[in-house]
Ligand binder design. Sequence first.
Ligand SMILES: *Cc1c(COP(=O)(O)O)cnc(C)c1O
Length: 220
Amino acid sequence: MDIAEKLERLKSELPENVRILAVSKFHPESVIMEAYRAGQRIFGENRVQELLPKYEHLPKDIEWHFIGHLQVNKVKYIAPFIHAIQSIDSLKIAETVNKEANKCNRKIRVFLQIHIAQEEQKFGFSYDEAADLLKSGVLGSMTNLDIAGLMGMATLTDNSTQIRNEFHRLRCFFQQLKNDYFADNDSFCELSCGMSDDYPIAVNEGSTMIRIGSKLFGPR
Ligand SMILES: *Cc1c(COP(=O)(O)O)cnc(C)c1O
């Protein structure tokens, strides 16, 4: 199956409100163009040094999402063009993105990355940290950020009950934040969860954006 067919098949499985973020990290521009020609416009990368040349060479109507741990000193390189940063995992990085967005006279869409997995190595806020941050009002005062929603990565496990529970809790948290802080803010609408191996569970649990790499583009 070529990429166009894989995209078509994947889309046919999804409810209409769920969008596909094509994770193109480690794959060449030719492969991204294949997906682009099949109509895909939302792509995700996790390293700044890989994203920059791709951004430069590829069509400008691509919506690039940054999905990896972001270093403070690299924000300035992507701030002029990045569509969304899904990996806001500290107050410091939120402040930096806000500052750099301001310099570019833009608003940048951001997702708070929540640590939902049992594993230790994954980045992200704990539920308590994220709740405290919103409660404090400090995020709300960053006027060059548009808080678009939450991102989470489930534990890498065959235990689908565990994965389901992790996504479920994330969804409940999203709903709670929506009620408490974003009731009249339409920007806060995205729940980014689900990857190649667990997206059907994520979709069942209310994901609005699945981040699919290997299932579309093959192994990295
Ligand atoms: C690599 C990556 C993905 C895609 O993973 P696949 O299992 O290849 O679909 C999704 N989200 C993040 C944050 C990633 O780093």
